[in-house]
Each structure stands twice: as structure tokens, then as C-alpha cells.
Ligand binder design. Structure first.
Ligand SMILES: [Zn+2]
Length: 137
């Protein structure tokens, strides 16, 4: 598939992909090439201290987040934001749909198994994308 969105990941987004599993990085890098809506990476690998803080604040439900370094030495999750037409970051669920669509398309193209928090019913987490734990221990 030869499509060019004209978008590119910012330096900060690329820096936030450091320490993230290479398969997930490939998906994000492909997604930015095909997305209809620009997006960025707000967070990838997370420390346990930060995870504890997020749980206390009710922003996460677990201390076993896939953002933490996993057994293979990589973080298995990223949080994204969409950019509206004026270049402002947005976390609104409806703004995320085209971004999630690009991520899913990229994952299918690259044969990487991912899960989107935008599809979770118990704890809707629109910005969150992770490798499927069934395939990535
Ligand atoms: Zn997340």
C-alpha cells in the first residue's frame, strides 16, 4: 500500500518511543504514514513510580501496566494524542477514531497483534495502544 499522509512524528514523539518494543514502534511509524489525522506519542515506557502515581490518581487501574518494562526488556504500550486542524493536541474519543483506524491498518499490514484501549468497555482508554499480551508475554 503506497499512501502518504504527509505527517511525520515529532522529535518528542520519536523520543517517547525509546524503550518500546520494536514491533509496536513499527506499527506507530507506519500509522503516521497512512493516517488521515495527525497524531503524536505522549508516553511509551513508564517507570513503576509513575505507574503508582497514576493509579493513585485514578488514571490507571493497575500496577501491571504494559507501559512498564516487560520481561523482554521493552515497554509494550504507547499513549497517543490526536492533533486537530490547528495543531492542538486532543484526547477526545471521536478525534481518535481515524488514528485508531490507522494503527489497526498498520498492525494488520505488518502482522503485529495490537489492542486499542478505545475499544475497551470496562475502562475506556482511548489514547492507549498495546501489544496483545496473548502474543507478547
Ligand atoms: Zn496507556
Amino acid at each position: 500500500m503506497v499512501v502518504s499522509s504527509g505527517f511525520a512524528l515529532s522529535k518528542r514523539s520519536l523520543a517517547n518511543l525509546e524503550g518500546v518494543h520494536p514491533d509496536l514502534v513499527r506499527v506507530v511509524k507506519r500509522a503516521i504514514e497512512i493516517t488521515r489525522v495527525d497524531f503524536g506519542v505522549s508516553e511509551g515506557l513508564r517507570t513503576l513510580e509513575r505507574q503508582k502515581q497514576l493509579k493513585e490518581e485514578g488514571k490507571s487501574t493497575t500496577l501491571k501496566s504494559r507501559h512498564l518494562k516487560q520481561a523482554d526488556g521493552y515497554g509494550h504500550a504507547v499513549d497517543l494524542y490526536a492533533l486537530d486542524k490547528s495543531g492542538k493536541a486532543t484526547w477526545k474519543h471521536e478525534d481518535f477514531r481515524p488514528v485508531i483506524q490507522a494503527l489497526m491498518t498498520a498492525a494488520i499490514e505488518l502482522d503485529v497483534q495490537i489492542q486499542a484501549g478505545a475499544l475497551w468497555r470496562t475502562f475506556l482508554d482511548s489514547p492507549h495502544i498495546q501489544l496483545n499480551p496473548e502474543y507478547y508475554a
